[in-house]
Design a protein around this ligand. Structure first.
Ligand code: SF4
Length: 506
C-alpha cells in the first residue's frame, strides 16, 4: 500500500528506522571503523537544548507556495518562526517578479477553553474567514502539538468545511511532539500535496521536462544554474514545490524523469511519482561542489541514455571552474573548516571544502539516515574529521568549536552566532539570495569564504565582547558526555541499495 493512501504519513523514525538521533564522537576516515560502523542507532541525550520542531522546515516550504494560506491550528506561538521566515518569502517572490510578496500565515490561536472544549469549531470558522478575506487557491490547515494532544480531527473539519469555501483545503499533520527528526516535515507536506494536488491520471509525457524538487534553502540563482545545466543537454527543468504554483504538480506527473537535489528531502514525493505515474527518479546526489555536481549530471545522463553528452558537459564545466578556482585554492590551502547544517547539505559542503583546499575538522548534521551513507562515503579519503549528528544542541556545538577552533565555520544563523561569540569567522550556509548549488555555486561560495577570511575583524571583535552562557567546566568536559546510546550494529548497510532508487525501483 502506498503511504499516500493513509490519512497521516508515518514519522521518519518509522519510515526510515535506521535514522540516527545522535551519536558520540565518530571519527570518519582512515580506518576500518569508518563511515557506518560507528553509528549508534536511536541514541539519545540526557540533556537537550534547543532542537528543531519539524514545523520550522515545513513552514519554510508552505509559506513559499503562491495563492496559498497557511492556517496554523495551534497555540499562538506555535510556528511563529514563520514571521522571521517571511524575509525569505519576500525575497523569493520579489526575485520572481511577483506582486504578492508576503506569506499568508494565520493562526487559530487556541486558548485554555479550546483545549478543554475542543478547537474544531474555531478551525472551521477560521477556514471560512481566510477563504473570504484572501481568496486563495489552497488553504493548508496545519495541526501543531495542541490539536494532536486534545484530539481535534482536522481531516474531518476540513471535509465538513470544504463545501463552504472555494479554496482547496489540505489538512497537514505536523505535530512537533510526534517526531524528533526535522526531516519528518518533508514527508508531512508531500503527503498532503501528493494526496490533493496530483491528477488522477497523468497526461501525455513531455520528453524534455525533468522534475527538479527545489528545497527551501535554494534560491533563484540555484534554480537558474541547474536550469542552465539541463538546458545544455536540451532538457527543461520543472521546479517545484518551493515558490511553485499548484499547477506545476500536475506537470510533474508528465515529466520524462525526476532528479533529486536533496535525497532525504525528495524521496517521499519522487518515489510516489515513480510508483503511480511511471516517472523514473534518480535520488542519490546533491549538486553542491565540483564532484557532486558532475555526478548529479552524469547520473541523469545515464538514466536518459545521454551519458556521453552529460560527461562531456561535466568535463568542460570542471575544467573552466578549476581554472577560475586556482588562486582561491592557493589561498585556502591548509586552512581549517567546520560545517553544521542539514544532513545532505552539510556532507556535500564538507566535500566541497576539501575540493577548495580546506582541511575539514568536523561536520554536524541535524539528522542522519540511509540516504546520506553515500555522501559520507565520499568523505572517506583517509583524513579524519568529527561527524556529530545533532538536532541543533548548541551546547555541544560550543564545546566542539572551542576545542577545534576552525579558521571558518559554516552554518545556520544559530550556529553562526555561537561561532561568532567564540571569535570564529562564520559564513551563512543558507541564504537563498546567494548561489550555492552547481558549478556557479561552488565559485560563489569560494569568493565569499575568501572575503570572510581576508577580514575576520568583525568576528574577532564579537568574540571579545559577547560571551556564551556556558561555564568553564563545560568546555573542559567531553562534548558528547550527555549522549546516551546503546552501541549497535548499524542497520545502514542494508539500506544502502535503497538509497539509489534508480537501481532499487522498477
Ligand atoms: S508543533 Fe509543537 S513543538 Fe512545534 S512549535 Fe508547535 S507547539 Fe512547539
Amino acid at each position: 500500500m502506498s503511504y499516500l493512501e493513509a490519512k497521516v504519513p508515518p514519522i521518519r523514525e518509522l519510515r526510515r528506522p535506521e535514522t540516527a538521533l545522535a551519536h558520540g564522537e565518530f571519527r570518519c576516515g582512515g580506518g576500518p571503523k569508518k563511515a557506518v560502523c560507528a553509528i549508534m542507532a536511536q541514541a539519545d541525550r540526557d540533556f537537550t537544548q534547543g532542537s528543531i520542531c519539524p514545523l520550522l522546515p515545513a513552514l519554510g516550504i508552505m509559506t513559499s507556495l503562491p495563492q496559498t494560506v497557511v492556517l496554523l491550528h495551534g497555540a499562538v506561538g506555535c510556528g511563529s518562526c514563520a514571521v522571521g521566515n517571511n524575509v525569505n518569502v519576500r525575497a523569493g517572490n520579489a526575485a520572481r517578479g511577483r506582486a504578492d510578496l508576503d506569506a499568508l500565515w494565520l493562526s487559530t490561536a487556541l486558548n485554555e477553553d479550546n483545549v478543554i472544549f475542543g478547537g474544531g469549531e474555531k478551525l472551521a470558522s477560521a477556514l471560512i474567514e481566510a477563504d473570504a478575506i484572501y481568496q486563495p487557491k489552497v488553504i493548508l490547515a496545519v495541526s501543531g502539538c495542541l490539536p494532536g494532544v486534545i484530539g481535534d480531527d482536522i481531516d474531518n473539519v476540513a471535509a465538513e468545511t470544504q463545501p463552504k469555501v472555494k479554496a482547496k483545503i489540505l489538512p497537514i499533520h505536523c505535530e512537533g511532539f510526534k517526531s524528533r527528526f526535522m526531516a519528518t516535515a518533508y514527508d508531512v507536506i508531500y503527503h498532503a500535496l501528493g494526496r490533493n494536488l496530483l491528477p488522477l491520471e497523468s497526461g501525455p509525457k513531455d520528453k524534455n521536462a525533468i522534475n527538479v524538487m527545489n528545497v527551501g534553502s535554494m534560491g533563484l540563482a540555484d534554480e537558474k544554474e541547474l536550469a542552465r545545466l539541463l538546458g545544455e543537454l536540451g532538457l527543461k527543468a520543472n521546479f517545484f514545490p518551493v515558490f511553485a504554483s499548484p499547477d506545476s504538480f500536475a506537470l510533474a506527473t508528465r515529466a520524462r524523469a525526476s532528479i533529486s537535489v536533496c535525497p532525504t528531502h525528495d524521496d517521499y514525493f519522487l518515489s510516489h511519482l515513480w510508483e503511480k505515474y511511471g516517472v523514473p527518479a534518480i535520488i542519490r546526489h546533491m549538486p553542491i561542489g565540483i564532484k557532486n555536481t558532475s555526478l548529479w549530471l552524469t547520473h541523469l545522463g545515464e538514466e536518459l541514455n545521454m551519458a556521453a553528452q552529460a560527461q562531456d558537459l561535466a568535463d568542460k564545466e570542471e575544467a573552466k571552474l578549476n581554472a577560475a578556482l586556482a588562486p582561491y585554492k592557493e589561498f585556502f590551502a591548509g586552512k581549517t573548516a567546520f560545517v553544521s547544517a542539514g544532513e545532505y547539505r552539510s556532507l556535500a559542503t564538507g566535500l566541497l571544502l576539501r575540493e577548495l583546499g580546506f582541511k575539514l575538522l568536523g561536520i554536524r548534521s541535524f539528522h542522519f539516515d540511509g540516504f546520506a551513507e553515500v555522501e559520507l562515503a565520499k568523505l572517506d579519503q583517509g583524513e579524519e574529521f568529527i561527524f556529530n549528528v545533532a538536532n541543533v544542541q548548541p551546547f555541544e556545538e560550543a564545546n566542539l568549536l572551542a576545542r577545534l577552533r576552525p579558521d571558518i565555520f559554516l552554518g545556520h544563523w544559530h550556529g553562526n552566532s555561537t561561532a561568532a561569540r567564540l571569535g570564529i569567522p562564520a559564513q551563512v550556509i543558507y541564504n537563498s539570495g546567494y548561489a550555492y548549488i552547481g558549478y556557479q555555486g561552488a565559485f560563489d561560495l569560494a569568493r565569499r569564504l575568501k572575503r570572510r577570511l581576508t577580514n575576520p575583524a568583525f568576528y574577532k571583535r564579537v568574540g571579545r565582547f559577547a560571551k556564551l552562557p556556558y561555564r568553564a567546566e563545560w568546555y573542559a568536559a567531553d562534548p558528547f558526555s550527555h549522549i546516551r546510546a546503546q552501541e549497535a550494529e548499524s542497520p545502514l548497510t542494508a539500506q544502502t541499495q535503497k538509497a539509489n532508487f534508480a537501481e532499487a525501483r522498477p
